[in-house]
Write a protein that binds this ligand. Structure first.
Ligand code: PLP
Length: 371
């Protein structure tokens, strides 16, 4: 059996940037949930994505939670959320005792269908917020979605956890909505081991998020609290890793695209294979190279064949409206997300892979077509 190949694993810079920033935190004894690395990471991230302000937090989930709180989402409020996503997109809706309504994908983007979203407004005219996701680094159709949000005067949160480095018509994903959220979990395109960020162009939104994230301490010498607080701030050590990783984000995107192009060239001609969609307005980061299989070879065949050779791959996200925990909530759509789940596979997309390893992977996959 060959060496283990991961779906997407942490990849520190060859230059050792991360170590330098972490060392600085140690040398100055800033082993704390605030400090220079946190401030600079916020500035550098905001600059990179073209947002005015950013708050570095303990996770992307925390960022979604604070965005919902800032919008005032509470008991019994309705929030539209894509069904084809990781559960972390929807969990904070429940933290706020609100009600998710799950929206289907369309085939053109794999992301939130503008048609299904309009349909959802017919059934639920009173909506507090919309969360849109850019799945696997493909951007949703933002012009359409922003238009619909404006038409109905609803606040938009962009879950860009998987799309750092993805642009829509030249603008970075996560900057179209009122709030953007990013994740630096271990499997994301860059990582701080665990962490997240909330971005916005409005300063007061971000300073309020920082306030809540540090236990809502009022200005006072004694500990005084007039609001519920959270311990959601990123640590100064972790932010040092993030600063180093930001320096290699472009390199990582380049390698992810290389991996995708390699798979597309080698596997694109096989019967039933269709790669994730490309739209001319999209500059995807290709976080995970994904495809659908509509022929004799099924996703499970690919996943098992790779697993047998110590190589990690996985199905496309199981839609949230099919999850035992979420199935009691409403779903609006035609079943496109179910189809993507049934037929979709995410191929190994680790940026540390060599050409030799890529070759090994496509050979294993191609063998399934010659059985
Ligand atoms: C990873 C992820 C999150 C959650 O981010 P964490 O930093 O792990 O909390 C949210 N949404 C999507 C789509 C993700 O992939």
């Amino acid at each position: 059996m060959g060496e283990k190949i991961y779906l997407s694993s942490p990849h520190m810079s060859d230059e050792g940037y991360e170590r330098e920033y972490v060392k600085e935190a140690f040398d100055t004894n800033w082993i704390a949930p605030l400090g220079k690395n946190v401030n600079e990471f916020e500035n550098e991230l905001a600059l990179k994505v073209g947002s005015k302000h950013a708050a570095a937090l303990s996770s992307g989930t925390a960022a979604i939670h604070l965005a919902l709180k800032a919008i005032g989402v509470g008991e019994e409020d309705i929030v539209f959320c894509p069904t084809l996503t990781f559960s972390a997109t929807a969990n904070p809706i429940i933290y706020q005792n609100a009600i998710p309504v799950f929206i289907d994908s369309n085939k053109e983007t794999w992301n939130m269908s503008p048609e299904a979203l309009e349909e959802a407004f017919e059934k639920y005219p009173e909506v507090k917020a919309i969360i849109v996701v850019h799945l696997y680094g493909l951007s949703a159709d933002m012009d359409e979605i922003v238009n619909i949000c404006n038409k109905h005067d609803v606040t938009l949160i962009e879950d860009a956890a998987e799309s750092l480095g993805t642009y829509y018509k030249g603008q970075h994903t996560g900057t179209f909505g009122d709030y953007g959220i990013f994740s630096f979990n271990g499997n994301k395109i860059i990582t701080t081991s665990g962490g997240g960020a909330l971005t916005s162009n409005k300063e007061e939104r971000i300073s309020k998020a920082r306030f809540w994230a540090t236990q809502s301490r009022d200005q006072a010498r004694h500990y005084q609290h007039s609001e519920l607080g959270y311990n959601y701030r990123m640590s100064n050590v972790v932010a040092g890793i993030g600063r180093g990783q930001l320096k290699v984000l472009d390199q990582r995107v380049e390698k992810k695209r290389y991996i995708f192009d390699y798979y597309q060239k080698e596997l694109g001609g096989l019967d039933g294979v269709q790669f994730m969609p490309s739209n001319d307005w999209d500059e995807p980061n290709r976080w995970l190279s994904s495809l659908t299989l509509n022929g004799r070879v099924r996703p499970i065949d690919v996943i098992e064949a790779l697993e047998h050779e110590n190589i990690e791959s996985r199905p496309v996200w199981k839609p949230l409206h099919l999850q035992p925990f979420f199935e009691k909530y409403d779903f609006i759509g035609e079943g496109v997300s179910e189809e993507l789940f049934e037929n979709g596979v995410c191929l190994p997309s680790d940026t540390k892979m060599t050409d030799k390893e890529l070759k090994r992977i496509v050979e294993i996959i191609k063998r399934l077509w010659s059985r």
